[in-house]
Design a protein around this ligand. Structure first.
Ligand code: FAD
Ligand code: NAD
Length: 544
């Protein structure tokens, strides 16, 4: 059972209630919380009015269901009757009505792509959009015999997209990507791929044609005979996705040639036999589309350790599956997913390092195999207490990284100010480490860390040790609910505190201020920084 009261839940500002980021939230009526919705969906009530039948829906039919009491919405080719859900929707009825009788996929992706609508709305499923014939790309290299390593040659033309009448297939509306090769700025060229083999290895080579590629931009998952590789190139992503023709061993390796943008993914054959072809293409194979068009992809990770950080916050280490290569870039978050009472719940978390002293080159716990998350357990929360009940060896699903912080924002920086409140400290961990290790122009890094009490300060010892060791780093703790013994700063974020703390040492210093914490803290901080004449480019706020 879930340890949550039903009426006031989820709490105002809760991620489960609504995403932040300026989207309007409406107060839900009594008895219309998420838990009430879950109860209703399990009650056996016919929520579609179709008595459990699933139907094929034409565009014409969909458009007829456009009223509050008869509202159908299509998301990624599936049609839902959302009328019963109206009063439970944290964003309000009006927001849902914007997609009434139409394809709401884009709208949905803009607002809360990470919400698991399939699970939330499964009892509202009316059916699928009626099929339309559309052209699909040719499976290109997947069915060609590859040459052995020594005679390896690349035919780039064979890796480009072609539509062919022979390959015309029926696909669902909304499921086929709008454009396999989007209108890209002239500089963005679609990547291509090839593969070759030796007796024991299969190497898949992706030519991104991009300079400065790094291994963080490559996400590979090889599980249960499926191969999935996603290469992130700015706001786009290139996907290879196939069912492999032969079995492989569990572990894979990835090499990235940063200068040429060539990515090599090496798979170990299970049997030393020659492969005639690589595999069968799966959904969206060989597509190059805007990153946000792709749904979130999850893999199952194993909890391998749990360590107390404070009275209510722990550091959890998750081990990625052996066939996965994934490194969470600094400033980005992942989504963790678990099933609670038969419903999938998803929450965002920002991975940290094992400790502030972690050397980014350390090999014992390589960053592409382990993910550390620091999570505060809210006893009345929906997700975190359940997560904390996981035992070592249990599994949890972890998404690919998301977020709009770019390492380039730190380039040539002279002064870095970090404003963190509570677990808003988490994105600062990697930023702090990266900046102090890699940004040679940096003269000063100051962290202003807001907490309620001394006992809430995360990694206090480590921060103080770092400040002792590293002359460029300074930390200030500010408590909003201190005891009378506290001699440090008190209060919440305010103009006097910020103006004292954030000062350019030179008039033209290159400055970045990062801010993260509860939404009101972040919003107020942004306003105050504007009043202090910092430009928009000089301030990065972390939100969902
Ligand atoms: P919720 O159900 O959302 O509850 C949250 C708050 O509401 C708590 O104060 C809880 O006590 C209160 N509450 C719950 N039920 C009630 C009730 N009935 N009445 C009154 N109050 C109630 N968090 C981290 O710990 N670490 C991170 O690294 C991290 N990274 C994040 C990254 C991003 C991009 C975002 C947007 C958030 C991040 N968070 C992080 C927050 C995290 O996503 C969750 O919001 C958090 O773990 C709380 O989720 P929950 O389901 O446990 O609690
Ligand atoms: P908390 O309740 O312990 O508060 C920590 C401090 O935040 C307080 O001492 C106070 O100084 C400040 N604060 C709290 N409420 C405020 C308000 N209304 N106005 C001004 N200042 C306020 O914090 P917590 O429970 O650790 O919560 C951390 C928050 O950070 C969560 O909301 C979480 O979602 C968010 N977070 C966001 C990201 C992200 O967007 N990337 C990452 C991690 C955490």
């Amino acid at each position: 059972m879930l340890n949550v009261p039903s009426q006031a839940f989820p709490a105002p500002g809760s991620q489960q209630r609504a995403a932040s980021g300026g989207r309007s939230k409406v107060p839900l009526k009594q008895g219309r919380s998420l838990m009430d919705w879950i109860r209703l969906t399990k009650s056996g009530k016919d929520l579609t009015g179709l008595k459990g039948r699933l139907i094929e829906v034409t565009e014409e039919e969909l458009s007829k269901h456009n009223k509050k009491d008869d509202c159908w919405v299509c998301i990624r080719g599936l049609v839902y009757n959302v009328s019963p859900y109206m009063e439970y929707h944290p964003g309000g009825e009006d927001e849902l009505m914007r997609a009434a009788g139409s394809d709401g996929t884009d709208l949905f992706d803009q607002v809360h792509r990470w919400v698991n609508y399939e699970s939330m709305l499964k009892e509202c499923l009316v059916g699928r959009m009626a099929v339309k014939p559309v052209a699909i790309v040719k499976g290109n290299m997947f069915h060609q015999t590859s040459e052995m390593m020594n005679s390896f040659s690349i035919d780039h033309s064979s890796c480009s997209f072609q539509s062919s009448e022979n390959h015309e297939k029926k696909l669902l509306n909304g499921i086929l990507l709008k454009s396999k090769v989007p209108d890209l700025p002239a500089k963005e060229i679609s990547p291509s791929y090839d593969w070759f083999q030796t007796d024991s290895l299969v190497t898949i080579v992706i030519y991104t044609k991009q300079k400065d590629m790094d291994s963080e931009s490559v996400i590979v998952d090889c599980q249960d005979g499926c191969f999935r590789a996603e290469i992130i190139i700015k706001d786009y992503s290139y996907l290879l996705h196939s069912e492999l023709s032969h079995e492989i061993q569990e572990d894979i390796s990835v090499r990235v040639a940063e200068k040429t943008g060539k990515v090599e993914i090496v798979l170990k054959k299970k049997d030393n036999i020659s492969w005639k072809y690589l595999g069968h293409p799966l959904e969206n194979h060989n597509s190059f589309t805007e990153h946000r068009e792709k749904g979130l992809y999850y893999r199952k990770c194993t909890l391998i350790s749990k360590v107390d950080v404070t009275h209510d916050t722990k550091l959890y280490c998750l081990m990625l599956p052996p066939g996965t290569h994934l490194q969470v870039p600094i400033g980005q978050h992942v989504y963790l997913k678990q099933i609670v009472s038969g419903t999938e719940l998803v929450k965002p978390y920002t991975p940290v390092l094992e400790s502030l002293h972690s050397d980014s080159q350390e090999t014992q716990h390589p960053h592409n195999k382990y993910v550390y998350v620091m999570i505060k357990i809210y006893h009345t929360g929906l997700f975190s207490p359940h997560f904390d009940r996981l035992q070592i060896g249990d599994c949890v699903s972890l998404s690919s990284p998301e977020g709009n912080f770019k390492k380039s924002q730190l380039q040539d920086l002279e002064e870095l100010f970090l404003l963190a409140a509570g677990t808003g400290f988490t994105p600062m961990v990697k930023i702090l480490n990266f900046a102090l290790t890699n940004i040679t122009s940096l003269r000063k890094v100051k962290l202003m860390f807001f907490n309620k009490t001394e006992g809430d300060i995360l990694w206090r010892n480590q921060l103080e040790q770092l400040a002792d060791k590293e002359r460029r780093f300074e930390v200030e703790f500010i408590l909003s609910e201190p005891t009378c013994e506290w001699t440090g700063k008190r209060g919440r974020i305010s103009l006097p505190l910020l103006s004292e703390f954030i000062k350019r040492s030179l008039e033209d210093s290159r400055v970045l201020i990062c801010i993260c914490g509860p939404a009101p803290f972040t919003e107020q901080g942004i306003r105050l920084l504007k009043d202090l004449n910092f430009s928009q480019e000089e301030v990065h706020s972390f939100t969902a």
